[in-house]
Write a protein that binds this ligand. Structure first.
Ligand code: SAM
Length: 314
């Protein structure tokens, strides 16, 4: 049987729960189920409500189905991208409003730590990086070997703030012309060859940013945030809240701007004069919340986390 990688600490669990305003009969939607770390806590709080939870990774669904059954049975799990979830909730489960919606963006520790998935520069494996290995046909190998250099450079700059984007992509193109780049370690060597020697002795791994940018392209994570989270916000019931945990400055910036758009009374369209609109949402936190020092000490992966929360006011 394949080994399961299940070690996972739900990030900022207490902060998320205390801001969620969950009641015993709440309808809760977890858009990024993972190993049900947060969902287990949500389920305990809603004996008369229902938990709907989504993940695009089928392994997350099968693991969590077993884990949540130990707690209660008022939950429904389904495999989908979270951008598709509001339509599925409506069409399949007749759910057209939720009291709390949660997004914990990115990959889970079990995905990252599974050497076969190709997310980590620490293990040698085929270049995959797909969260959904059933429906997504674009692997990291496809991205690295076939994408236009301009697309790769833009992704490295924008998603990961990689200052050596041009040098790295130039070296990728040089190598892929000779033979396809097949494994994570081949890619790591190509990145190391492209960046100045001084970068290789810093505490951050020189391949970290490139791997993040490629993962974003493989899983279309920017589109998911930009299309999916507004659909989630529209699904909120009156007084319902939606919380997002982000793990890097690019995705946090996207969420910050989305929340601003929903909570601003001025509608800005660059082709038209600014227009006043009714405000239906408010920010619950003026500034994002970050994990405590104690949590960072226990789980260093929580360090970059930022929690933002929005509420429907009418
Ligand atoms: C950080 S983990 C969530 C961990 C979870 N909160 C827990 O405590 O166990 C993110 C999960 O969301 C899933 N995911 C990421 N982006 C997604 C998307 N656009 N649609 C559906 N699932 C997504 C990943 O497959 C992963 O399992």
């Amino acid at each position: 049987m394949a080994k399961e990688y299940n070690e996972h600490f739900p990030v900022m669990k207490d902060e998320v729960i205390s801001l969620a305003n969950i009641k015993s009969d709440s309808i809760v939607v977890d858009m990024t189920l993972g190993r049900a770390g947060h969902s287990s806590e949500f389920l305990k709080l809603i004996p008369n409500g229902h938990l709907y939870a989504v993940d695009q990774d089928i392994n997350a669904i099968s693991y969590s189905q077993r884990a949540l059954k130990e707690i209660a049975d008022n939950f429904t799990l389904f495999q989908a991208k979270f951008s598709q979830a509001p339509i599925i909730l409506n069409d399949t489960y007749n759910v057209n409003g939720a009291d709390f919606i949660f997004y914990d963006l990115g990959v889970s520790s079990p995905q990252f730590d599974d050497p076969g998935r190709g997310f980590s520069y620490r293990y040698n494996s085929p270049l995959d990086m797909r969260m959904d290995q059933i429906n997504n046909m674009t692997t990291a190998s496809e991205v690295v070997n076939r994408y236009e250099p301009s697309v790769l450079i833009k992704a490295l700059y924008e998603y990961a703030d990689e200052k050596y984007a041009k040098q790295i992509v130039k070296n990728i193109v040089k190598h892929r012309k000779i033979k396809p780049i097949k494994t994570t370690f081949e890619l790591v060597d190509i990145i190391k060859e492209a960046v100045p020697l001084k970068e290789q002795h810093k505490d951050k791994h020189p391949a970290k940013k490139t791997f993040l940018a490629i993962r974003y392209l493989v899983n279309k994570e920017e589109d998911e945030i930009l299309c999916g989270i507004p659909e989630g916000i529209r699904l909120l019931n009156s007084k319902g809240r939606l919380a997002v945990l982000t793990f890097n400055s690019y995705e946090d910036g996207l969420v910050k701007r989305l929340f601003k758009r929903f909570t601003s009374s001025i509608c800005n369209n660059k082709y038209l004069p600014p227009e006043k609109k009714d405000i239906d949402f408010k920010l619950v936190l003026k500034k994002p919340l970050e994990p405590s020092e104690k949590e960072i000490e226990l789980n260093h992966r929580s360090k970059p986390a930022k929690l933002r929360v929005i509420e429907r006011i009418n």
